[in-house]
Design a protein around this ligand. Structure first.
Ligand code: 3PG
Ligand code: MG
Length: 418
């Protein structure tokens, strides 16, 4: 792999140079009424963002600090860009990066100059006004149709505008390297480019899993949809020793075993595929034996634990049960390498959090190299108050880490090569 790194760029000297950093600051936001915004930096926007927006988990902001800190210290003019959520190619205040600018400033210990557009007048004057060692954040890249366009020329035109803000480009947006987007794929073709500290660390860790992982290698998959995980299940099946499946997606597998799943999440068109996977899995796939079923998808819904062959027709499963947790924990305790992606239940509701907590705790207790992949799983670790340092690595990428494990060529990594 011939990727140049941040250290190479720093060795050239960046003092007084404008360095454009693609970060993944796509953090989860809470939109509870009455919540206060999480920022108090003087340069954070006073208007433009709806009241009551709070950053629910700032892990992705923290993850990019080593790269930004090094550039600030070296005297670069640092221009940060990112997406947030999935706005449709036009400004949409609920997806403003304004609150993120405030939080980033707090964490850096210096104000972040926020541009209220991405490549317009505000961006131009904000970048032009930067002194050495100062940081600017541009407004959401996806407020511009060119960012995600399938049309090369449209993407290219937007990339030209972005590239004009930098003398060099650093990709530290691991969570977005699987996207063929202007800021990820086309800008590095226009500027000297390097990988930031986060991207390097993520690739280093994940390559251990695709290389020759120490065995037993146990993978835990959860989350709602089988269809999202199908490619990674296919890719992992020959390599893993055990594949533990929980979360909403387990019900399609249970259905494939001929069980009734009540009103649980079910992807009908995937049942046949799941049946086929189970047949080929050679006993490697472990499914729940008990689940927590509820009357409704609500935090206060009446609920009980039942065996998987006794799910009532009018109830839906929202978590794996205690016997399943014990079985999964036993498999995990044997492991030498663990990859976990996707919660085991609706962990955001206390009544349905025990499965995710139990599996997470079993991972921390195992004498194994463990990798947590995916925004939701990483947020679950922090929301449940678990010690992040008891995991080997917590990836900032969900889709990106899965596609890496699938062995796909990732556009953002390919763009950094040579
Ligand atoms: C993520 O949250 O997985 C990354 O930030 C990428 O976001 P996307 O799935 O909207 O492209
Ligand atoms: Mg995603």
């Amino acid at each position: 792999m011939s990727i140049r790194t941040l250290d190479d760029l720093l060795a050239e000297g960046v003092s007084g140079r404008r360095v454009l950093v693609r970060a993944d600051l796509n953090v989860p936001l809470d939109k509870q009424s009455g919540a206060i915004t999480d920022h108090n930096s003087a340069s954070a926007p006073q208007g433009g963002t709806p009241d009551g927006v709070r950053i629910a988990d700032d892990g992705r902001i923290r993850a990019v600090l080593p790269t930004l800190g090094a550039l600030v210290e070296a005297g670069a003019k640092v221009v940060v860009c990112s997406h947030l959520g999935r706005p449709k190619g036009a400004p949409d205040p609920q997806f403003s990066l304004g609150p993120v600018a405030g939080r980033l400033g707090e964490l850096l210990g210096a104000p972040v100059h926020f541009a209220t557009d991405t490549v317009g007048d505000s961006a131009r004057s904000t970048v032009a006004g930067l002194a050495d060692g100062q940081v600017a954040l541009l407004e959401n890249l996806r407020f511009n149709a060119g960012e995600t366009s399938k049309d090369e020329a449209e993407r290219g035109a937007f990339a030209d505008q972005l590239a004009a803000f930098g003398d060099a480009y650093v990709d530290d947006a691991f969570g977005a390297v699987h996207r063929k987007h202007a800021s990820v794929y086309d800008v590095p073709a226009r500027l000297p480019h390097v990988a930031g500290r986060l991207v390097l660390r993520e690739v280093e860790v994940l390559s251990k899993l695709t290389g020759d992982p120490e065995r037993p290698y146990v993978v835990v998959l959860g989350g709602s949809k089988v269809s999202d995980k199908l490619a990674v299940i296919e890719a992992l099946l020959p390599t893993v020793d055990r594949l533990l499946i929980g979360g909403g997606m387990c019900f399609t597998f249970l259905k494939a075993q001929g069980l009734e799943v009540g009103t649980s999440l079910l992807e009908k068109d995937m049942v046949e595929t799941c049946r086929n996977l189970l047949e080929r899995a050679d006993g490697k796939i472990l499914l729940p034996v008990d689940v927590v079923v509820a009357d409704a998808f609500a935090p206060d819904a009446a609920h009980d634990t039942v065996r998987v062959d006794g799910i009532p027709s009018h109830r839906l499963g929202l978590d794996i049960g205690p016997e399943t947790v014990a079985g999964f924990a036993a498999a995990l305790s044997q492991a030498k390498t663990i990859f976990w992606n996707g919660p085991m239940g609706v962990f955001e509701m206390a009544a349905f959090a025990a499965g995710t907590r139990g599996v997470a705790e079993a991972i921390t207790k195992a004498d194994a190299f463990s990798v947590v992949g995916g925004g939701d799983s990483a947020a679950a670790v922090r929301a449940l108050g678990l010690d992040e340092s008891s995991f080997g690595h917590i990836s900032t990428g969900g889709g990106a880490s899965l596609e890496y494990l699938e062995g796909k060529t990732l556009p953002g990594i390919a763009a950094l090569e040579n």
